[in-house]
Design a protein around this ligand. Structure first.
Ligand code: DGY
Length: 328
């Protein structure tokens, strides 16, 4: 049994797979495998511990005739063609839940950073530009009693709402469906309405066809000129050309992005030239504890799939129930 881990990981995770009896191939080079390296590496594997940088499409799946389970290190699995995997009876798994709090922590930290200007004022001090006390200088925005609009009230959105409650914010949300448990947030049945009342808009919806470019110029124009956008989901949910225009023209006041198109974003990208745009290197789940839990969950998914069971965090169980490769 061969398992490919397409990026370095914690030794604890590798050890569990080895103790299970698998031959573990870890891609521990400084860069992710190139397309051709990946196509070559999957040819005789039974399990793939995959990452966001791996495009798992028809072509790749056709090169991996023994592949039974793909275990994504992350909750988002938009890099995997689940329909094609399902047709072949391959289980696709992810790591839901365990990263929700860390992701919401980062989204809230970005909100607070922007509101209280902790990203730019320390530079004034460092540069020796801290002038005389000025009652009208360095003004920031309150967090308390401002309105946070949460787009996508899943696990991460709910954690964001809980954090906002602790800061005495008003919270509204938009979701495909109204939730029974609303975590102190008020449902808005249209995204447009949410955008027009929010001081901060935080995106927590998955990337798919209907959410690609969800935030484009029309949406930015609906937002308050003073509003801040926070994106910790996936880069393509925001139209970056339109975001740039919206930030330059004052349609919105700032944006904090953990995710971009492409990743990494080139250092000469025009968004990086703006003082009101803050970009993090896709690290919302990147704490030691959370990344460890994600690695162990990935391993749990793979082992259970290779034992012939449906993995606990399989996203396509219903689609492969009759043609699964897991029993082969
Ligand atoms: C996730 O879990 O989806 C993170 O963004 C890492 O890809």
């Amino acid at each position: 049994m061969k398992i490919l881990i397409t990026r370095r990981t914690f030794p604890e995770a590798i050890k569990i797979l080895e103790e299970f009896g698998a031959e573990v191939l870890v891609w521990d080079k400084s860069e992710s495998p190139s397309r051709s390296e990946l196509l070559d590496a999957v040819k005789d594997i039974d399990g793939m511990y995959a990452h966001i940088t791996n495009e798992v499409d028809d072509e790749l799946l056709s090169k991996a005739p023994k592949l039974k389970v793909i275990s994504e290190f992350g909750v988002g699995y938009d890099n995997i063609d689940v329909t094609s995997a399902s047709k072949l009876g391959i289980a696709v798994c992810n790591t839901p839940g365990i990263l929700s709090e860390s992701t919401a922590d980062e989204a809230f930290a970005l909100l607070a950073t922007f509101a209280r200007r902790t990203y730019d004022l320390p530079n004034i001090v460092k540069n020796g530009e801290w002038g005389d006390f000025d009652p009208l200088g360095y003004l920031a925005s309150d967090i308390h009693h401002k309105t946070l609009g949460i787009v996508g009230m899943g696990r991460i959105g709910s954690e964001m709402a809980k954090r906002a409650n602790g800061f005495n914010m008003n919270v509204v949300y938009h979701n495909r469906t109204k939730r029974d448990e609303e975590f102190g947030a008020k449902y808005m049945d249209s995204l447009d309405e949410l955008l027009s009342v929010s001081d901060f808009v935080s995106l927590h919806n998955p990337l798919n066809e209907s959410t690609t470019n969800l935030m484009s110029m029309k949406q930015f124009k609906l937002m308050k000129n003073s509003a801040i956008l926070i994106n910790t989901t996936r880069g393509p949910v925001v139209n970056q050309e339109d975001l740039y225009e919206a930030l330059v023209n004052g349609e919105i006041s700032g944006a904090a992005l953990d995710v971009t198109v492409p990743e990494p974003i080139p250092s000469d990208h025009k968004l990086l030239s703006l003082d009101n745009c803050l970009i993090m290197p896709h690290v919302a789940s990147a704490t030691h504890d959370t990344r460890m839990k994600m690695a162990l969950m990935c391993v749990e998914n793979i082992i259970s799939g290779l034992r012939g069971d449906f993995p606990p965090y399989c996203v396509n169980t219903d689609s492969i129930i009759n043609n699964s490769r897991l029993k082969n």
